[in-house]
Design a binder for this molecule. Structure first.
Ligand code: CA
Ligand code: CA
Length: 194
């Protein structure tokens, strides 16, 4: 039997096969399975893995499920003749947590004039993505928006804050719109000196 000088080959497969969130993120913990073959050689002795490109290699004992975080899973196999495969890597982005979002209980404004609304939002893992307002505005990181109501009244406004992975938090508020006439405030009064 000729000497085995060819390293084994490891392949990585994930379940589910495709990322479950947006922009390459997973929103449920994916599982990686490593399998190695050493065709016509001495046979696979073991598979090893580690996270990041430094540190000790760990013996692979079975499928690896990844929680929240940004992961670089490095792996290689070694055959029974001691040939070591060049390391391979798969990157996995996991965000399981919806953003935090808060909005003021109420906003005030005047009919026919734009009211500026804002929401405080943050997301530690994938970051804030699309923000969608029930007033009609939607955009990447759109945490502030202006809207004009033509008639006095109390208006419910809701906002959906999504992280880049697709996890969503909803918050709502009320906008109270008055008319200038009802309040007695008018542009003429601004000129009156005390
Ligand atoms: Ca081999
Ligand atoms: Ca998140």
């Amino acid at each position: 039997m000729p000497a085995d000088t060819i390293p084994p080959v490891t392949s990585a497969s994930r379940d589910p096969a495709w990322t479950t969130g947006k922009w390459g993120w997973d929103v449920a913990p994916p599982t990686w399975t490593l399998t190695a073959t050493d065709e016509d050689g001495s046979g696979v002795a073991r598979i090893e893995y580690r996270f990041g490109d430094g540190g000790d290699w760990l013996a692979y004992g079975g499928p690896i499920t990844l929680g929240e975080g940004v992961w670089h899973l490095w792996y290689h196999a070694i055959d029974n003749a001691g040939n070591v495969e060049s390391p391979q890597m798969v990157a996995t982005l996991v965000d399981l947590t919806a953003p935090t979002a808060s909005i003021a209980d109420s906003f005030q404004g005047f009919a026919g004039e734009p009211v500026t609304l804002s929401v405080q939002a943050s997301d530690g893992t994938s970051g804030i993505g699309i923000v969608t307002w029930s007033t009609g505005g939607s955009g990447d990181g759109l945490t502030q928006i202006a809207h004009t109501w033509d008639e006095p009244g109390a208006y419910a406004v809701s906002v959906q804050v999504q992280d880049r992975a697709g996890n969503t938090t909803g918050v709502s508020t009320t906008v109270y719109i008055e008319s200038r006439e009802d309040t007695g405030e008018g542009s003429e009064q601004a000129d009156i000196e005390p």
